[in-house]
Design a protein around this ligand. Structure first.
Ligand code: FBP
Length: 545
């Protein structure tokens, strides 16, 4: 593979490991755990993997690990650092026993069981790089018994003892279902998860952050900062920037804390305040009008991609559409576009029909298309940034007629998502992922299944980080998916009582009126720790003692 000079220099970077993982380790077990909610239901669904203790790795005598072969699967959207999870896993598996083997399953959970053996020769060009291209990824949902049984054929053929699934909340939920199934059948195959997603919504009392969030938000913040500087130089455009993140607004919030834009919408706040689309538009238009009155016909607005789902009236509509598509998906799929719209209008309740009819056709259509394999609306495909700016433009035009506004409004649109998902991992993500991979190997060696690898204390120096595992059932509750109640890992949305949101609220009025842009610049790999090794502001604020 041809590699760039930066990649070659970066390949030589040896990720820093927590002290506890540097030498021989032993497992320290805590007390039995409970799921975050619906304990009786979750316990009944996971009789073999419920209630297990938290584990931490501490320096000590490693028990003689038996020889093991491990399979690894990347699941869902790319996130910077995936290759370092594989590197950490590979190095630790080989350290435990050079005869151990690591197999990478190609193109994710739906990949027909094609595989490659991971060797040092193969891995060397991928260490500390972004992307998942070493083995590829996919969004197939692993949930059916026949998939589990089919998987077992290749597992037996390669004599695999454990599978590591690197994914977000949905993929780790499925990892747990698979762990339970193999445990119930006594197949002797362990399943370990790893917390991945740029969205930052896989976090809780045990998982401080999901990997990739750090690099992705720093990458977006660099570009937002560049746009702000352009905006502040030309002084003639309003930039509407949609940011990935699926339902949660963590990415938008983190980028706002880093770049101080004029406006950042937070979906969770909009839902809590029961705001309508019109409320949102008026709020933005007021800021535009105020800035225009000061001679500033420019600005930057950040929009989380999941926004529409959180506008309560649209959220209720999506819920009903989800149930409708789950129940009648087959009849509906065969209809043409116009007939689909008519079908939906005929089946919706009155309130939701009224909401559906007020939406621009493109948005309404997107809400009524197929969900992803996990039942999510594909929010990255909805052009919310255009919807919002068009409506703001219309509101300002109306105010102009009424003599309430006399500025110029020229809007530009951007969507940042894919640009950051495969960026070369920051030092934080490179180290964090390597430690997660190392922990996953140690969880396997200590016979665990149904656990997710975790690394904590991540705002301290790397050598003070703590590594271990959390039973996946501990993070579960029951939620409605595709029209049915299912056990799932609870998604972490932005907490309105949390410190990151409060820090944003304390400053946003000033950012709206004045021009307070901050230009973070590109991720740095070499140089002083305060430039190269800083975690996200979200993590710093959340972990502040
Ligand atoms: P994961 O939840 O799988 O980590 O994916 C994150 C994400 O980047 C979301 O932010 C975005 O909505 C979605 O993937 C886009 O999906 P796709 O890659 O299928 O276009």
């Amino acid at each position: 593979m041809k590699t760039s000079a930066l990649q070659q220099a970066r390949a030589a970077y040896q990720p820093k490991l927590p002290k506890a993982l540097q030498g021989a380790v032993k497992v320290q077990e805590g007390a039995p755990t409970q799921s975050v909610d619906n304990q009786e239901e979750i316990k009944a669904l996971f009789p073999n993997t419920y209630g297990m203790p938290l584990v931490e790795f501490v320096p000590g005598e490693t028990e003689n690990a038996k020889q093991m072969n491990v399979g690894i699967i990347l699941s869902g959207g790319q996130a910077p650092g995936g290759h370092n999870v594989i590197s950490g896993l590979f190095d630790q598996v080989k350290k435990l026993n050079p005869n151990n083997k690591l197999y990478g399953f190609l193109m994710g959970p739906g990949g027909d069981h094609d595989y490659v053996e991971i060797t040092e020769e193969l891995l060397k060009d991928y260490r500390n790089t972004g992307g998942f291209d070493l083995i590829g990824s996919g969004r197939t949902k692993l949930e059916k018994e026949e998939q589990f049984e089919k998987g077992l054929e290749i597992i037996r053929q390669l004599n695999i003892n454990a599978i590591v699934i690197i994914g977000g909340d949905d993929s780790n939920t499925n990892a747990c279902v698979l762990a339970e199934y193999y445990a119930a059948k006594n197949y002797g195959v362990q399943v370990i998860g790893c917390p991945k997603t740029i969205d930052g919504d896989l976090k809780n009392s045990q998982i401080e952050t999901s990997f990739g969030f750090d690099t992705a938000t720093k990458t977006y913040s660099e570009v937002i900062g560049n746009i702000e500087r352009d905006c502040n130089s030309a002084r003639k455009y309003w930039h509407f920037i949609k940011l990935m993140g699926r339902s949660a607004s963590h990415i938008a919030l983190e980028c706002a804390l880093q770049t101080q834009p004029n406006i950042c919408l937070i979906s969770e706040e909009i839902e809590a305040k029961d705001q309508t689309l019109n409320d949102i538009i008026e709020n933005i238009a007021e800021v535009v009008a105020y800035r225009a009155s000061q001679g500033n016909n420019f600005g930057v607005v950040l929009i989380p991609e999941g926004l529409v789902e959180f506008i309560p009236a649209i959220g209720r509509l999506i819920q009903e559409l989800n149930d409708l598509l789950a129940a009648h998906g087959a009849d509906y799929a065969d209809l043409d576009k116009d007939a689909q719209r008519a079908y939906i209008l005929a089946h919706l309740t009155e309130e939701n029909r009224a909401t559906f009819e007020t939406l621009p056709e493109g948005v309404a259509r997107q809400l009524s298309l197929d969900r992803d394999p996990h039942g999510n609306v594909q929010v990255s495909l909805i052009e919310t940034e255009k919807l919002i700016s068009d409506m703001v433009g219309a509101k300002l035009a109306q105010w102009k007629k009424e003599g309430k506004y006399n500025g110029k409004f020229s809007a530009l649109h951007h969507f940042f998502g894919y640009e950051g998902r495969c960026a070369a991992p920051s030092n934080f993500d490179a180290d964090y992922c390597y430690a997660l991979g190392t922990s996953a190997a140690l969880l396997i060696a200590s016979g665990k299944t149904g656990y997710m690898a975790i690394v904590k204390n991540t705002t301290a120096r790397t050598d003070e980080w703590k590594a271990g595992g959390v039973p996946i059932t501990m993070m579960m509750n029951m939620e409605r998916r595709n029209g049915e109640m299912k056990p799932v890992i609870r998604k972490a949305l932005v907490e309105l009582e949390g410190k990151p949101f409060k820090a944003f609220v304390a400053q946003r009025d000033q950012w709206a009126k004045e021009t307070c842009y901050v230009y973070p610049g590109p991720i740095q790999y070499w140089g002083p720790a305060e430039v190269c090794d800083q975690p996200t502001k979200t993590l710093e604020l959340e972990q502040e003692k």
